[in-house]
Design a protein around this ligand. Structure first.
Ligand code: PLP
Length: 452
């Protein structure tokens, strides 16, 4: 497929006529939240390189990368070949019962890449299952019941643990969270909208550790009842919040002091999103359990899992997996993805995208009253909108209007109508000029919405 003319262009109103027809069918067929066609008013027709094309022929710069699950562009040839060849050879297989070489090699290579101390792997299909599995493992290893987690994080879509922890969209947990026991949640560190102060920061993130030690451990739970700390190294759905080194040092010290297992949810950050293979590397973290998903697929088929230490995983009885976990073709695609990231040019490109985001988007805070904060890390950038300058009052309506205006200019990024957060999550391999052009389109979209 030629990508010579692969530059964004939008020629119809959104949705275009074919998209509108399919969205109406979608509305009739799917359940509640999936019926909405206003957030993304188009239907995908095909994709190539770093471009998404809708069924009406409009083309958009891809700032979704399948929510991070497609890190190397639409159809990286080596991943495609590996998936197809392996499927031709083995077909679908339940690897946890009848294994083959691809899952074994994938486990070995992930362990070799992981931070010090990680020696073993438990396969899952989704990130959600990896989170749930890690909780089982931490509880089994410690014999303790409680998981300490952080408000505003996202860990997936299940009815037990993650339903209550998935608080990135206010209201998501209504009717579920109160039935989940064994969880204590504290605010996730951030500098912009700290729950302990009014108005914008910056604040020292060790405040959040003081809250754990001075309040939670004093009034709510004994330290020896806590099995593990479940935390994203960078909170993605909460808008690319990156805790400070001081926070991580303090949290690690608490884990050591009290025997808590550090469960790092890298489902969204693993395999390069933050410019390092694992985000853990940016702060020198050595988790006891490390969760992978999304980027680890290489853009092929579903692969996720829990990596962990010898002590926790060598002789555990907690069983993870399932029919589709690490079927051979998915593992082969993931292995081809590992080859791609081993060539340092992908991570170098990721860091170039970070520099462009900071250079192009940071000045928007001073330029526009409604831009409250800009955060970027690796191939990840977030603009947080506020209703008035100098405040932290969220303005999801403004955000959503910017998202629609950016789409009309050919940029499709991540926007949820109830949030003030607009997020760019391109493939790690996006060409710097397309990324830079996209940032400028977004700035123009903000100007358009500002002037009405
Ligand atoms: C940090 C984090 N953990 C877990 C999950 C759940 O992964 P999955 O959608 O594969 O179940 C996600 C998904 O976005 C995530 O961002």
């Amino acid at each position: 497929m030629s990508t010579a003319a692969a530059w964004p262009h939008v020629a119809t109103p959104l949705p275009g006529p074919k998209s509108a027809e399919l969205l109406a069918r979608k509305d009739r067929a799917f359940s509640g939240p999936l019926r909405d066609g206003t957030n993304v008013p188009l239907v995908l027709g095909r994709k190539y390189g770093h471009i998404l094309e809708d069924v009406d022929g409009n083309a958009f710069a891809d700032h979704l990368s399948a929510w991070g699950a497609m890190p190397y562009g639409a159809q990286p040839p080596s991943v495609r070949r590996a998936v197809m060849d392996t499927w031709d050879r083995y077909g679908m297989e339940i690897s946890q019962y009848l294994t083959s070489e691809p899952p074994i090699e994938l486990a070995e290579r992930l362990v070799a890449l992981a931070p010090a101390g990680i020696t073993r792997v438990a396969p899952t299909v989704t990130g959600t299952e990896a989170v749930e599995g890690a909780v089982k493992l931490a509880r089994e290893a410690t014999g303790r019941p409680i998981i300490l987690s952080f408000l505003g994080q996202y860990h997936g879509e299940s009815t037990y643990l993650t339903a209550s922890a998935s608080t990135d969209i206010p209201g998501n947990t209504a009717g579920f969270a109160q039935f989940v026991s064994g969880l204590i949640q504290v605010p996730y560190p951030q500098s912009f909208r700290s729950p302990f102060h009014r108005g914008p920061g910056p604040y020292d993130h060790t405040l959040y550790l003081d809250y754990i030690t001075d309040w939670i451990l004093r009034y709510q739970v004994e330290p020896d009842q806590i099995a593990g700390v479940l935390i994203e190294p960078v909170a993605g759905e909460a808008g690319i919040l990156a805790p400070s080194q001081a926070f991580w040092d303090g949290l690690t010290a608490l884990c050591k002091k009290y025997g808590w297992k550090l469960i790092l949810d890298e489902v969204q950050t693993c395999l390069g999103r933050c410019g390092t293979v694992f985000a853990a590397e940016r702060w020198g973290l050595e988790p006891d359990l490390l969760l992978v998903g999304k980027g680890v697929t290489g853009g092929g088929q579903a692969v996720a899992g829990v990596l962990g230490t010898e002590e926790i995983m060598a002789d555990c009885s907690a069983h993870l997996g399932g029919t589709y976990a690490w079927e051979p073709a998915a593992c082969a695609g993931a292995l081809a993805g590992l080859d791609l990231i081993a060539d340092g040019s992908v991570l170098a490109n990721t860091m170039e995208l970070e520099s462009i985001a900071l250079e192009e988007l940071s000045p928007l805070v001073d330029r526009f009253d409604h831009v409250g904060d800009v955060r970027a890390m690796g191939a990840w950038a977030c603009i947080e909108f506020v209703s008035a300058p100098g405040t932290v009052d969220p303005d999801p309506d403004f955000q959503h209007a910017v998202h629609l205006a950016a789409m009309r200019r050919g940029v499709l990024a991540i926007s949820e109508a109830s949030k003030p957060l607009y997020r760019m999550q391109p493939p790690l391999t996006m060409e710097p000029d397309l990324f830079c052009w996209s940032c400028r389109q977004i700035a123009e979209a903000i100007a358009e919405v500002t002037t009405g």
